[in-house]
Design a protein around this ligand. Structure first.
Ligand SMILES: Cc1cc2nc3c(=O)[nH]c(=O)nc-3n(C[C@H](O)[C@H](O)[C@H](O)COP(=O)(O)O)c2cc1C
Length: 542
């Protein structure tokens, strides 16, 4: 009898989640959708007495301070977001460049007192200003920076060295020999901490990992370009190896993306040669055991997110290499958008000679999410420039060719000179907007953006939607990380393109299925991924 029960239990036990079986991502996506009812019936409240610390603190490690002077590259933000330095360009950052990259992507750029304390705003937008993304460096010896594994401490604007020596070979192996990683003098590892964001957003936080990491990467990629450094985002790696290298508690904090920075053509031989680097096998990476300050009095666990993470994890270098082979979506995997069936409007982006030339570092420092929009129009040239510059491609291992794109853009236009109010689809390949329906949809846009005023007042709401089926077919559960990360990167670029033109922008969250319904029948079968509103910000009185 017992044996039978055991057999029954064994037979009905769920299969170990694998990346290829995208059931976990479908389930996570469904369960974390917002609807009018789900938002109103959620008993969750913000316990300010238990609010997590916005910084990871290693009390026993003294940070070494970095130079604080911002180098003026003079490179126009609208150029920096739109192009990248060719991958084979030999270049390595020095400490000043490292400081610039870190400051302008994750540094504290503003602070504001409020009744409960002080908010330290960072260079990139982040849901709830909760800043769950941490940055680590893994580098060879660079000018004024010794080889090592470091944690970036934004509060002190310093680096804490976790390991001394060159550990890049561990990442080369973890990424199945990804070429940009194999040649990179510096690799930035981005991790995400569940509780820091889940305190407010609960299980939906796993989506936020992609969004908030992505906005940061938009800045990082643009600054790298301005500094003449090639950079590539890498989403495919053996999770356990990277987490072990950083010695993070992976029940709480997990590596989400890597960025290869710089290129050294002779390095591949050197990295592959264990004798010349501290090229331990991943299994030989010793735990560090450094104490860190608890984020809160108590932490609430949302197992759904950890399940989603486990199901999208890659377990071996072979699996990573095979995953990367499956990434080309441009040719066969991702169905191109059907040709326009309705009236189209040709976009009129400004040329390099006509565009505003405000440098990237000034634009990043000026950025801050709009808290209120004026109901005044932007021009068609401004909208065209935004869309054109922000969507010219992301150097990433999940974009092959680089110009492919997982997300598609739908617009609700309220106030753009020369464009009737209505709903539109952006045909990126043709540089046109297809009108799906005319009308004043301010109220609907406000509703779709979770009943907030911002998307109702903005000049335009830019919604990201995608058909998740071909993405999951090719990339498995990991495709969910990639699509959210890409959305964050494109959203971050839209922010920068707006502020470069003296406009305002804000990311927003949304009622998932209502967004799809609004843009249907065109959007039938697609999922809502991201939303940015753009317009003229109401200037705050000083
Ligand atoms: C993906 C994303 C979604 C956001 N959603 C909202 C939102 O629904 N409502 C809102 O008022 N602000 C939203 N924000 C703006 C954040 O609150 C803002 O980025 C954060 O407070 C940091 O401030 P800053 O962007 O001015 O630096 C969002 C930002 C991002 C990146």
């Amino acid at each position: 009898m017992l044996g039978l029960c055991a057999t029954i239990v064994k037979l009905s036990a769920p299969a170990m989640p694998t990346n290829a079986n995208a059931e976990a991502a479908w389930n996570y996506h469904e369960v974390t959708k917002h609807s009018y009812t789900s938002v109103r019936t959620n008993p969750h409240f913000l316990d300010f007495g238990n609010q997590p610390l916005p910084f990871k603190i290693y009390p026993a490690l003294e940070p070494s301070r970095m130079p604080t002077e911002v180098r003026q590259t003079g490179v126009a933000a609208l150029s920096a977001i739109a192009c990248s330095v060719p991958a084979q360009t030999n270049a390595a950052p020095d400490l000043e460049a490292v400081a610039q990259l870190l400051y302008l992507s994750a540094g504290i750029t503003r602070q504001r007192k409020y009744s409960g304390g002080e908010i330290y705003f960072r260079a990139a937008a982040c849901t709830g200003a909760l800043y769950e993304v941490e940055l680590y460096l893994v580098c060879r010896e660079l000018a004024n920076l010794q080889a090592g594994v470091y944690h970036f401490a934004p509060a002190e604007f310093g680096l804490r060295r976790l390991r001394a020596g060159d550990y890049r070979s561990v990442l080369v192996e973890a990424t199945g020999g990804e070429p940009a990683i194999a040649h990179a003098p510096l690799i930035i590892v981005c991790t995400c901490t569940y509780w820091r964001n889940a305190w407010k957003y609960q299980a939906r936080t796993y989506r936020h990992f992609g969004w908030d990491n992505g906005t940061m990467l938009a800045n990082l990629l643009a600054v790298a370009t301005a500094l003449g450094l090639p950079a590539k985002v890498v989403c495919g790696f053996v999770d356990a190896t990277v987490n072990r290298l950083l010695d993070v508690d992976s029940q709480r904090e997990v590596a989400f993306s890597l960025v290869a920075v710089g290129h050294d053509s002779d390095l591949s031989a050197q990295i592959a040669q264990p004798a010349q680097t501290i090229s331990r096998t991943p299994a030989e990476i010793s735990p560090l055991g450094f104490e860190t300050v608890p984020l809160s009095r108590d932490e609430v666990d949302y197992p759904l997110m950890r399940e989603m993470h486990a199901a999208s994890s890659l377990d071996s270098a072979e699996e990573v290499a095979a995953w990367r082979e499956r990434t080309p979506l441009g040719s066969t995997g991702m169905p191109g958008s059907p040709p326009p069936a309705g009236p189209v409007i040709q976009l009129q982006p400004l040329s390099d000679a006509e565009m505003p030339r405000d440098p990237i570092e000034q634009v990043i420092l000026r950025r801050g999410s709009s808290r209120q929009f004026e109901r005044t129009p932007i021009t068609l040239a401004q909208l065209s420039t935004l869309l054109d510059r922000a969507t010219r491609g992301v150097p990433a291992d999940f974009e092959d060719p680089m110009e492919s794109q997982l997300n598609q853009l739908y617009l609700i236009v309220h106030a753009v000179e020369g464009l009737d109010s209505g709903a539109y689809f952006f045909h990126r390949d043709r540089g046109v907007l297809e009108c799906l329906k005319h009308g004043n949809f301010r109220n609907q846009a406000g509703y779709l953006g979770l009943g907030q005023q911002l998307p109702a007042d903005a000049a335009v709401g830019i919604f990201f939607l995608t058909d998740l089926r071909p993405i999951f077919d090719r990339l498995g559960n990991r495709g969910y990380r990639a699509v959210q990360l890409e959305a964050g990167i494109l959203g971050g670029k839209l922010y920068l393109a707006a502020y470069a033109q003296r406009l305002g922008a804000t990311g927003l969250t949304f009622y998932d299925d209502d967004v799809t319904r609004f843009f249907s029948p065109h959007a039938e079968g697609k999922s809502a991924i991201f939303l940015v509103a753009v317009g003229h910000s109401v200037r705050r009185k000083l």
